[in-house]
Design a protein around this ligand. Sequence first.
Ligand code: HEM
Length: 514
Amino acid sequence: MLLSPLLSQDKIVLGCEVLAASFVAYLVGLVIYNRYFHPLKDFPGPFWASITTLWYCRAVRCGRGQDHQLPIHKKYGYFVRLAPNLVQISDPAAIETIYGPKHEFIKGEFYKGFDPKISKRQDNFTEQNEAAHARRRRTVAHLYTQAAVLEYEPSVDRCIALFYKRMEEFAESGAVIDMSIWLRKYTFDIIGEIFYGREGGFGFIRDNVDYNNWCHLMDVMPNPVAAITYVPYGLRNLYFMFQMLYPETRAGAKGFFTVIDQSHAAVKQRLDDMAAGKPVNRHDVLSKLLDIVNEKGDFGILDVTTEIWAMIWAGSDTTSIALCSIFYYLHKNPSTLAKLLDEIDTAFADGTLKTPIRFNDAIKLPYLHAVVREGMRIHGSLGTGLPRIVPSGGVEICGKYFAGGTEVIMNANAVQFDKGVFGEDSESFVPERWFRDGERAAANMERHMLQFGYGKRICIGRHITNTEMYKLLPTILHDFEFELVGNKEWKTWQGWFHQQSDVNVTVKRRVRRT
Ligand code: HEM
């Protein structure tokens, strides 16, 4: 009763009108500020990108490579404003400034979307606090060195044997297979072997089943997650609810929690087996992570779960995309394939390679090395770039000043095409570039590859990837002949992951030259 004069209908309507008018005035003011007064106003880029983060959000969510890979830089140059407070830079000279040790650029808010919140400590990939990251990375780094990874070689061999058996069956049946799918099963199974304690992997290759829908999850979940931090703050719940209207996002969200459950279950299983005195693989990462729990006070069981959870996301699709790129470009370029086969056959003939192929032997093949580098250069596994925040005080990057708090990004799929570093033919698949101009030029290209990131946040799992690739490729290429059906182009998706599909091939037993 007392409040009724305050809540008269007229006053409520007036209040709503004032609120709506203020909101519209705020939006108009923001647009004018972003476009004409923002410190980044002079950087070139699309109009809509200069006034709202939703433009870049759409680019990531919808896998629009033309908006954040090489084409956008062809249009606007080395610096492109992709959102009001975000500039993407493709000048290779900026890598050292942004990702190198000289300045303290921290990871952008983008990474928050990937935090599973399993433990109070985040995984290395999502951790934004540099000191916390350094502590965690020091704690686990010894599990990921090349020497440590070689201890997991028998696990990789088991998955290769399963893959090989499948290829034999396909050669026998004459079936058409999508190689992008089978390479994905291979990399998932290896994560299953070395992080989840499953001998023979998750069974993706063995049973030809996408258990828990994890492969499907990788197709559908990273895109909304990678885009969400570019939705204006107040609209994120709405965006999330809207995304849930898509059945595939609902499946992805469910899968997100299944991965967490399965990660808890894998750790529990290993602890139970150890307590029961059952034989377990003491050489896999899971065992070694549990050893750390016993040795260090600040790394608990939930940190083990977090670590193996992260590897499903970080270690499976990334590697299969790289493998698929190498495989596809080899089969699109028969003369390159022929040269590589020559090298592999000679290595088998002179005893450099033997079955099962050792990583340390395969790495000695120079042409294979060039093919691997080139496949990863021309098609980066991550479709979008790696966001960083300019430290307070501001930093000059390649002659342009950026105020503290500005977000900057470099995208491997733009940088790795730079003609100054990689040559005039940088848009073509040419493995020869890795030795044609001598060691200094090759080292210079290597320094400007962003495929695995750079500096202290560089990919910790890259030796696992290399081991998987250098062992599988010569094994299958030596014994099987693949033909791209109709020599068709693949399909690609340019969101957070740079997935390929429709790499359809037939498989035959290879008739080798004598
Ligand atoms: C071709 C394969 C791979 C590619 C292209 C790749 C790419 C990357 C990139 C670009 C980063 C840096 C992210 C950033 O700076 O924001 C990164 C970090 C990371 N990667 Fe990979 N990755 C691959 C394979 C793997 C594998 C096999 C694993 C583990 C099994 C792994 C685990 C990680 C982790 C844990 C980080 C965070 C490292 C840190 O910040 O300390 N990656 N990866």
